[in-house]
Design a protein around this ligand. Structure first.
Ligand SMILES: *[C@@H]1O[C@H](CO)[C@@H](O)[C@H](O)[C@H]1NC(C)=O
Ligand SMILES: *[C@@H]1O[C@H](CO)[C@@H](O)[C@H](O)[C@H]1NC(C)=O
Ligand SMILES: *[C@@H]1O[C@H](CO)[C@@H](O)[C@H](O)[C@H]1NC(C)=O
Length: 208
């Protein structure tokens, strides 16, 4: 998705947007006492500050703020926006789609999802429609990503400074899947999150 794709302009170490960087299976054994998978470190992630939908078949309809991610084939897409605090400018931001197996959502179809990123600072609001989305980001849409329940998808990693002090927003749609879930419902985390990380990326050998 993501405005953080801009990061690739400033660091060749980062993957070109569009690769699914990592898929990790969510297993029972990772569940905490509350039965939820715990992949998001406490205090080190952001849930969406604003979620809304846009509809290709109702291109001038403003859906307004919503707690749900809603997707229908070739019609309804969801826009997710994160507020990135200025003090996170020195962190890396990882965009993740946490998709645990659950009875709390409805999902049917082929699981092809498309992510596009908006420009950092171009945030969605009550006015947002299919015909009036936030400003496009510097990269074309990501190639399709196959997502199905039971996994955590790492979609993009980049330095947070590109959006620090403002918002990072992107849109997710599908051509073959009906999917609806409630993000921020106080139950198990599900959906899109931005995780902060500091220090060398995992797998980096220690320099001695
Ligand atoms: C999505 O939902 C619509 C409306 O209920 C239905 O007609 C369509 O067959 C569904 N498609 C898939 C892939 O589940
Ligand atoms: C959805 O998009 C994917 C990737 O472009 C494509 O392979 C697939 O055939 C499409 N499915 C439908 C139902 O259009
Ligand atoms: C961010 O990620 C890059 C590329 O993996 C890495 O070189 C850098 O050290 C990371 N920075 C922080 C603050 O974690």
């Amino acid at each position: 998705m993501y405005t953080l794709a801009l990061a690739a302009l400033v660091s060749t170490a980062l993957a070109y947007p569009g690769e699914v960087l990592r898929v990790r299976e969510l297993t029972e054994r990772d569940n905490g006492a509350d039965g939820c998978p715990h992949y998001l470190p406490a205090g080190q992630y952001e849930k969406p500050a604003y979620i809304t939908q846009v509809s290709k078949s109702q291109p001038d309809k403003a859906f307004g703020p919503n707690y749900n991610g809603i997707f229908t084939p070739n019609d309804i897409s969801s826009i997710f926006s994160f507020d990135i605090p200025a003090e996170r400018a020195d962190a890396n931001c990882t965009l993740e789609f946490l998709f645990p197996k659950s009875n709390d959502y409805s999902y049917s179809g082929g699981g092809s999802f498309f992510f596009t990123g908006f420009n950092p600072g171009s945030c969605p609001g009550p006015w947002t429609t299919y015909n009036d989305p936030p400003a496009p980001g510097p990269f074309p849409a990501f190639p399709p990503i196959h997502m199905e329940p039971g996994n955590l998808y790492t979609i993009d990693v980049g330095p947070c400074f590109v959006a620090a002090g403002t918002c990072a927003a992107g849109m997710t749609g599908t051509n073959d899947t009906n999917f609806s879930f409630m993000e921020n419902d106080g139950g198990c985390p599900i959906g899109i999150y931005t995780e902060y990380s500091y220090g060398l990326p995992p797998g980096t050998p220690p320099s001695s």
